[in-house]
Design a binder for this molecule. Structure first.
Ligand SMILES: [Ca+2]
Length: 348
């Protein structure tokens, strides 16, 4: 079956909870498929491209374990028109032409969109010239497209979220009858420790804490990958060298995009080797056996005067609140990069 638990020296409490995850994984049938019957999970990726979102789209499109049906966009790293145009251009760049793309929320539920120019630049995806879009944008919006796909899907659908959770929260509130057909949400957001956009809040959750709160309280099967994991997955000089070594049309464009990202990350956070956050939420679906999760309660701070948008992750179960998420606490970094670079290679 190939399921292996990587404990990273954590105590028996965590091991006990990981075991629960392992059992859940088997009961969902993730890992019961032989290589002759490879699981292909119907997937919608909701994102705000964004450099790391761009690579998340590529990993999702190239992963045989996923059937990427649609990409939906949400205001986050840039305004909604920017990130939607970026999603379309990324698909053109990577030769992804068999999916649907729809534009989603222009603003978070209660607050205005702010963007993240200091990290992603004016276009939200600065650093390289991207090709003209080839796919046409859907006439319906992101939430309607999600409902259309989920209601007509034969199998339960997985949602991967790599931006603020506005679209997902709206889907949950507008289509409660469809939630039974969502088998999981794998999201990049929050952290088990500190933040990045504020000292205690990670950008995606900080950008729309009310939406994140709706998602975490939805009773949907949630996989959370936060900064505690993504800050282990760094775009090092060695990774840049491997990308250059591919010497494909795609790698030659990705390289300056990620160089831009590395430069801003160094300027803003003093991290010359920037973390590649978003594709890990894809990896959590395609290769859960290469990550470690614990079940625990995650609450979102909506009212803190200093801590709005912080994820309060109850790793030690001290609150007595029921578990509502599987929170990533470990990843096989080398295996992640193998699959990420392989995806770029396959897309050409
Ligand atoms: Ca993102």
């Amino acid at each position: 079956m190939g399921w292996s638990i990587i404990c990273y020296g954590i105590d028996k409490f965590l091991v006990k909870h990981q075991f629960k995850i392992r059992q859940s994984a088997f009961s969902w049938g993730w890992l019961s498929m032989s290589t002759q019957h490879k699981l292909s999970v119907p997937t919608i990726l909701d994102c705000d491209p964004g450099h790391d979102d761009a690579l998340a789209i590529m990993l999702a499109a190239a992963s045989a374990e996923l059937n990427l049906i649609a990409v939906t966009t949400v205001a986050g790293n840039g305004g909604i028109e920017r990130v939607t145009d970026n999603a379309l251009r990324v698909c053109a760049l990577a030769g992804i032409d068999n999916i649907r793309i729809a534009q989603g929320a222009r603003n978070p539920l209660l607050s205005p969109a702010t963007g993240a120019k200091s990290i992603h630049g004016e276009s939200a995806l600065d650093g390289a010239e991207l090709p003209t879009p080839r796919l046409a944008l859907e006439r319906i919006g992101a939430v309607d497209l999600m409902a259309d796909i989920v209601s007509s899907a034969k199998d339960p659908v997985t949602l991967i979220a790599t931006g603020p959770l506005t679209n997902i929260a709206l889907f949950i509130k507008m289509h409660p009858q469809l939630l039974i057909k969502i088998n999981r949400i794998s999201l990049m957001g929050g952290s088990t420790n500190r933040g990045n956009w504020t000292p205690l809040a990670e950008f995606n959750i900080w950008a729309d804490p009310e939406a994140a709160d709706i998602v975490f309280q939805s009773s949907i099967n949630i996989f959370m990958t936060g900064l505690n994991i993504s800050h282990q997955v760094l775009i090092t000089k060695e990774i840049f060298s491997r990308l250059r070594g591919l010497d494909t049309h795609l790698s030659r464009t990705i390289n300056p995009l990620l160089q831009f990202f590395a430069h801003t990350y160094d300027t803003v956070f003093g991290m010359p080797d920037p973390p590649l956050h978003d594709p890990i939420a894809v990896f959590a679906v395609s290769h859960p056996e290469l990550m470690t999760f614990i079940e625990c309660n995650v609450s979102v701070e909506k009212n803190g005067t200093l801590t709005r948008g912080a994820t309060v992750v109850d790793i030690h179960g001290v609150t007595g609140k029921a578990s509502n998420a599987k929170v990533a606490i470990g990843i096989d970094v080398d295996a992640f990069w193998y699959h990420m670079i392989q995806a770029i290679k396959e897309l050409g």
